[in-house]
Write a new protein. Structure first.
Length: 190
């Protein structure tokens, strides 16, 4: 268990992805590996769409947090999402992060995001000071020694990944140094 002290865990909320989506993203990543000059690739089981990063949290406050997140979940109905094209954070010539976009009922995803922020604020969780940009992280740490193969436009996706119905979200714990590095603490059904 990753802990900053003996009594804290690093946690965040996210939409987990169904197996068929994880497998297709992994297949795309492997098929394009020679065009992806990154050092760290996300483990297939760690693909997700982050909702709110909650940070290092006292273990004793997890139950109250879960109760608040249950209240957020009951306000939601199921909605469809699908995986979009590749994109980056940072300079397109030397990006920090490679990701796949999210398509479908993005407005509903934004509603879920807001319900979670509203549920966690009374518990002292502070939202990040940047716009919400849903994505699925594929890789990090650009490798300059392999940049001759890098061209984001060449990473178009020929095959669309079948959409799925979002029926829940999860509370993940980060376990640094382990692969996969995210462990589900609790799932919140709609």
């Amino acid at each position: 268990m990753t802990q900053t002290t003996q009594d804290k865990v690093r946690i965040f909320t996210a939409v987990s992805l169904p197996d068929h989506v994880k497998e297709e993203i992994q297949r795309w990543t492997v098929d394009n590996k020679d065009k992806l000059p990154f050092r760290n690739f996300t483990h297939k089981e760690d693909y997700h769409i982050t909702l709110q990063f909650l940070g290092d949290t006292e273990i004793g406050s997890i139950n109250a947090l879960c109760e608040a997140l249950r209240e957020a979940a009951v306000k939601m109905q199921q909605f469809p999402l699908s995986v979009g094209d590749a994109g980056v954070f940072g300079s397109p010539l030397r990006p920090r992060v490679l990701w796949r976009g999210v398509e479908g009922e993005i407005d509903e995803l934004a509603v879920l995001f807001q319900h979670i922020l509203d549920a966690t604020a009374p518990l002292g969780y502070i939202p990040e000071d940047r716009p919400y940009r849903p994505h699925i992280t594929i890789a990090r740490k650009f490798d300059d020694s392999k940049k001759q193969n890098w061209n984001l436009e060449e990473l178009s996706t020929q095959k669309k990944i079948e959409p799925w119905l979002v029926k829940d979200f999860v509370l993940f714990q980060t376990i640094l140094g382990q692969k996969p590095m995210y462990k589900i603490i609790e799932k919140f059904d709609f």
